[in-house]
Ligand binder design. Structure first.
Ligand SMILES: CC(C)(COP(=O)(O)OP(=O)(O)OC[C@H]1O[C@@H](n2cnc3c(N)ncnc32)[C@H](O)[C@@H]1OP(=O)(O)O)[C@@H](O)C(=O)NCCC(=O)NCCS
Length: 329
């Protein structure tokens, strides 16, 4: 079955396709690198070697599927329309397993076709090539995350890569920084301290990518210094005084298990707490520490201090919560 037919069989996706068609501006060009160029483009995006042959082979199948190519063009047009604007990117729905390999990899092709647009945005802003390259290489990292969890190429969270390919997020050393706005709760907590900014004001939302070695204090310092310089230079009209972080790494309960000089606790110590989370989310630490949020707690190994922390806490009946922190830049 062709891709579009499969997607239309799902009521929610059929609705999404109709919305996309009604907004569509097909004057935006959506061009994919040809099969000969594609491997180099993928390697520059850090796409794992294991995934390259499949992406090259499917590229021709995609090119021959007129419906899928129209969908690709509509997705790209929608995605690049507000390039660089915060919060106006793209939240594509996941495609069902019945959409096969093309469905599993479709969003990768959308990002490949959007590549010239995000690169142009980076150039317009004077973003150095190496920052651009390392930022967009998160595509490959996330394909590795997909492969670790599912054993195949793909993207578990296309909306996440959409941030990078929309000019909203940059990798600067160890950390990633997302141009964002303070929400009600975090912004309210900051305003209450008299620190200045409040809800709706610009902030940098900080993310800690996997597969990049330890989160040493020196690496964090360097990243924060790079961010101060980078955003002042390339987005001077947006004044970033605050960085926020929403992460399992900021759950204060970790202090009960990890030594004060561990990287995670030293990272926590940089932040003021904005508010306390009340909804448990055990899958997040399980996913980040063991690779899959669905793994049964009874079977998890306890090989190092973080593994022991996550497992012992859950086995004792506890839960993990995301922490919400902020710091003045
Ligand atoms: C954030 C991260 C780099 C911290 O690692 P770190 O710098 O080694 O942190 P610590 O010094 O506090 O680690 C203490 C111990 O736990 C281990 N550890 C830390 N994070 C681990 C992880 N995600 N998986 C397995 N083991 C981990 C370390 O190897 C170390 O072991 P040891 O004490 O037995 O030598 C690491 O957890 C990581 O890569 N996480 C994935 C990304 C992530 O969670 N991002 C946040 C998204 S919201």
């Amino acid at each position: 079955m062709e891709l579009l037919e499969t997607l239309r069989a799902d009521a929610r996706l059929a609705e999404w396709l109709r919305g996309l068609a009604s907004e569509g501006d097909l004057r935006v060009e959506a061009v994919l690198p040809d099969a000969d160029e594609l491997p180099d483009v993928l390697l520059d995006l850090s796409v794992p070697h294991e995934d390259i042959n499949e992406l090259v082979a499917l590229r021709d199948r995609l090119g021959a599927d007129e419906g899928a190519m129209t969908l690709l063009a509509r997705c790209v047009a929608r995605f690049v329309r507000d390039m660089g604007e915060i919060g106006k990117g793209w939240e594509p729905p996941p495609f069902p397993a019945s959409a096969g390999a093309l469905g599993r990899l479709f969003h990768v092709y959308v990002f490949l076709a959007a590549l010239p647009y995000v690169r142009a945005h980076h150039r317009e802003r004077g973003v150095p090539d190496e920052v651009s390259r390392r930022t967009l290489a998160d595509l490959g990292r996330h394909m590795a995350v997909h492969r670790r969890r599912r054993g195949t190429g793909g993207l578990l969270f296309p909306w996440w890569i959409a941030l990078h390919f929309h000019g909203e997020l940059f990798q600067l050393g160890r950390l990633q920084f997302q141009r964002a706005r303070l929400g009600q709760r975090t912004g309210g907590a900051i305003a209450a301290t008299g620190a200045g900014p409040g809800p709706g004001d610009p902030c940098l939302s900080l993310h800690i990518p996997d597969f990049r070695g330890p989160l040493s204090p020196a690496a964090c310092e360097r990243s924060l210094a790079l961010a101060r310089e980078f955003f002042a230079e390339h987005y001077p009209e947006e004044r970033y005084e605050i960085a926020v972080c929403h992460s399992w790494l900021l759950d204060p309960q970790l202090k009960r298990y990890l030594p004060a000089d561990s990287n995670i606790i030293r990272f926590q110590d940089r932040f003021e707490s904005a508010y306390e989370e009340t909804t448990p989310d055990d899958g997040v630490p399980i996913g980040f520490v063991f690779g899959d949020p669905e793994l049964p707690v009874e079977e998890l190994p306890r090989r190092n201090s973080v593994e022991r922390a996550v497992v012992d806490h859950l086995r004792a009946g506890g839960h993990w919560y995301g922490g919400h922190g902020w710091l003045a830049l």
